[in-house]
Design a protein. Sequence first.
Length: 72
Amino acid sequence: MSQQACPSATHPALANEIRSHVPTACAAFWLNRSPQTLRAWACFENGPVRPIRVRGRLAWSVAAIKEVLNEK
C-alpha cells in the first residue's frame, strides 16, 4: 500500500483504483465523509467499513468501500 494520499483536486474513479487498500483521504472522498469521520469509525469500530492498521496508519479496503457503495 502506498502511503501517498489521494490528490485533493483529482481523485481516481473508484472503479479504476488498483490498490487493495487506500489512505483515509481517498476513502473519505469516495464515501462522501470527512476524514475525521472515518477516523472516528476506526476508533469506535462502529462504521460501515473497518480499516486495518499498517505501521500506525489506517488503510481502508477498496473492496469494502465498493460493497458499501454497491459498486462491483
